[in-house]
Design a protein around this ligand. Structure first.
Ligand SMILES: [Zn+2]
Length: 332
């Protein structure tokens, strides 16, 4: 995959292309933006552009160097991520200081095959403070044609001293229609691709999770249950909250799917209610419609507040309890 193959990130790619062509590539970058929008793929495309002898500054995508980059085995490319941490220690949840020392040491040596060296630290939000401090020295003393790329979906997790020493490149969420097109190309049925894209918040990874084998079935099952929520009493609602919260689901992908499903359901509910609230012939019906639009609007506000809580890693169990108790509350 070269710069040409990356979709929906024209601004970031354009900036990198110009920098590399003008020989003004920064020694350190932070690629920041939502998960699943092409940040890591762009970092690898940059590595190809730097290391490809066939099409220097661009990357051909097919020569031995380009293929070695793709296979993660180019001697001038150093990639560290959570998978590498877990290969050393299966229970690892953070990137270790040893990984950072490895990248920094490698970048300080002369290139072996190519014209430069590239270090990529993916999931940089998982760097410990200790590991980030170990990075500082490399960032302060750049050498030769070496570029380090920190890839992260949470810029705030990086120390200000790190952020200030890197050129920041922001990656935008992908447009829904692009996500749908990419899913369709991967063989997903058009209608499902369109609906999954609407749920995915601009992330191709999330959209793929949603269209995975059991992802869509779970999504539909949850939607059916939520549509019945008005008929549930308090104990049943708390039971459902228990199933939806991390007590029942520890998997992050499933959690994302769950929140996305709840959000989409109420977004549709609000749109329907708003359509129904258009002026009609019978004033008494208008009043009913307006009341239902207001209810849907309140439900949306509740859902958004809960999503915010969940994203901030606030007490997720409490957030789900609150959400399920407030949703579909027909009073007023
Ligand atoms: Zn090449």
């Amino acid at each position: 995959m070269t710069f040409d193959d990356i979709q929906g990130q024209g601004r970031a790619i354009g900036l990198l292309r110009r920098a590399i062509e003008n020989g003004r590539l920064a020694h350190a970058f932070v690629f920041a933006g939502p998960a699943g929008v092409g940040k890591r793929a762009t970092a690898l495309a940059l590595a190809r552009a730097m290391l490809c002898p066939e099409r220097p500054n661009v990357g051909c995508g097919t020569c031995i160097d380009c293929r070695l980059v793709g296979a993660g085995s180019h001697p001038d490319l150093f990639l560290e991520d959570l998978a590498a941490a877990q290969a050393e220690r299966a229970t690892a949840t953070m990137l270790s200081i040893e990984q950072i020392r490895r990248v920094c040491a490698a970048l300080s040596l002369r290139p072996i095959r190519g014209a430069g060296k590239v270090g990529i630290v993916d999931q940089a939000e998982r760097l410990t403070a200790e590991a980030q401090n170990a990075l500082l020295k490399t960032l302060e003393e750049p050498r030769g044609r070496a570029t380090l790329v920190l890839v992260t979906s949470n810029l705030d997790a990086l120390l200000p001293t790190i952020r200030s020493r890197c050129q920041r490149l922001l990656f935008a969420p992908l447009p829904d229609d692009l996500v749908a097109t990419l899913l369709s190309r991967e063989g997903v049925e058009d209608e499902i691709a369109r609906r999954a894209a609407a749920l995915a918040g601009g992330s191709l990874d999330r959209a793929r999770e949603l269209t995975s084998e059991d992802g869509w079935a779970r999504c539909e099952a949850l939607r059916n249950r939520l549509e019945q929520i008005d008929r549930l009493g308090i104990p049943e609602r708390l039971d459902l909250a228990g199933e939806l919260s991390p007590r029942g689901e520890r998997n992050r992908a499933q959690q994302t799917l769950t929140t996305a499903t709840v959000l989409e359901l109420f977004r549709h509910g609000m749109l329907e209610a708003a359509r129904g609230a258009a002026p009609g012939d019978h004033p008494e019906d208008d009043f009913t419609r307006l009341a239902s639009a207001r209810r849907a609007h309140r439900a949306m506000a509740t859902v958004y507040a809960s999503v915010r809580d969940l994203e901030r890693n606030a007490n997720a169990n409490l957030a789900w309890d609150k959400l399920l108790l407030e949703l579909g509350d027909r009073r007023g």
